[in-house]
Design a protein. Structure first.
Length: 203
């Protein structure tokens, strides 16, 4: 059975790719093209037919990743009200000023534009030496404040309390489904003690 966060993610990504045309994936976080990022994730291959029908571009400040647009999320090289949607998946913890980054996405989005963001909360330290550091973690309150300028904001936690803790332990990090079930059994699935948050915003 699909969990709540994967269901939310799939629903919102389908909404973006069926309702919008110019979509910029900051940092290539969807991992759908190994030539424009640092790895490919098989779990996102379902997006390929959707991506083929839109103007999908990857923006990254790391030239080595071969992005379509070279730029920093904290100072986007794009005009005001010029983009239909942004994907910002596991990026904001790696930038020095995440609030500035969110304000930049807001500036560049067209009215009615969408922004899909994932940020970690209870998650392990994960810089990439020579490319990016790991600066921040985000609480529910921090997420709400960071996205306060948007007209609509939906927030979905990723993992329950026990599953989030077990995800921090290497030997369990890829085997959390049983703990998801235990969280559900004890009413701990919808919690603010979580691995992170998926945020869907509309300008």
């Amino acid at each position: 059975m699909i969990n709540a966060w994967d269901k939310f993610s799939e629903e919102k990504l389908k909404k973006i790719f069926t309702e919008k045309n110019m979509i910029i994936d900051i940092g290539g976080g969807l991992r759908v093209n190994a030539s424009k990022g640092n790895r490919l994730e098989e779990k996102n291959k379902w997006l390929e037919p959707y991506i083929e029908k839109v103007d999908y571009k990857v923006l990254d400040k790391v030239v080595d990743y071969n992005p379509d647009i070279v730029g920093d999320i904290q100072s986007l090289p794009l005009e005001d009200n010029s983009v239909d949607a942004f994907i910002c998946n596991a990026i904001l913890e790696h930038v020095e000023e995440p609030q500035k980054a969110v304000k930049e996405m807001y500036r560049v989005l067209k009215p009615g534009g969408y922004c899909f963001i994932y940020v970690p909360f209870l998650y392990y330290y994960h810089p990439m030496k020579g490319y990016y550091k790991d600066f921040y973690r985000f609480t529910y309150d921090g997420v709400k404040y960071m996205c306060r300028d948007f007209s609509q904001v939906e927030i979905q936690n990723v993992r329950g309390a026990l599953s989030s803790v077990m995800n921090l332990i290497p030997m369990f990090s890829k085997r959390t489904k049983i703990f998801d079930w235990i969280d559900k059994l004890f009413g701990k699935s919808e919690t603010k003690q979580t691995s992170g948050y998926i945020i869907f915003c509309e300008k």
